[in-house]
Design a protein around this ligand. Structure first.
Ligand code: FES
Length: 105
């Protein structure tokens, strides 16, 4: 079953920026990214050491973890830079008007 949950306002998310959002109904937060006008969402914690990725650097579609510098492609979740090897969970997003929703499975 897919659950559609509100993440944030599109107008509040600047280009090449990210923000962590608490998701109602689940015991977790996601990070929402905007790259070249497209919106992506991933789990909030690095798969290497459970560090909050919102403190990292977003360069293009790669989010670099603030602790050891590992990287993930926010489009696919693929680990693209060591020491990260385990993919980051990604979520489909939908933009409706000014609202960004994540689709949780
Ligand atoms: Fe993120 Fe190590 S905790 S790269």
């Amino acid at each position: 079953m897919v659950e559609k949950v509100f993440l944030c306002r599109n107008s509040e998310l600047k280009e090449s920026a990210m923000r962590q959002v608490a998701v109602a109904g689940i015991d977790a937060s996601l990070v929402v990214y905007k790259v070249k006008g497209k919106v992506y969402a991933t789990d909030a914690l690095c798969t290497h050491g459970k560090v909050a990725l919102r403190e990292g650097d977003l360069e293009g579609t790669t989010i670099y973890c603030p602790l050891h510098g590992g990287g993930f492609d926010v489009c696919t979740g693929k680990a693209v830079s060591p020491p990260c090897t385990v993919p980051l969970k990604t979520y489909s997003t939908v933009v409706e008007g000014d609202d960004i929703f994540g689709l949780l499975e």
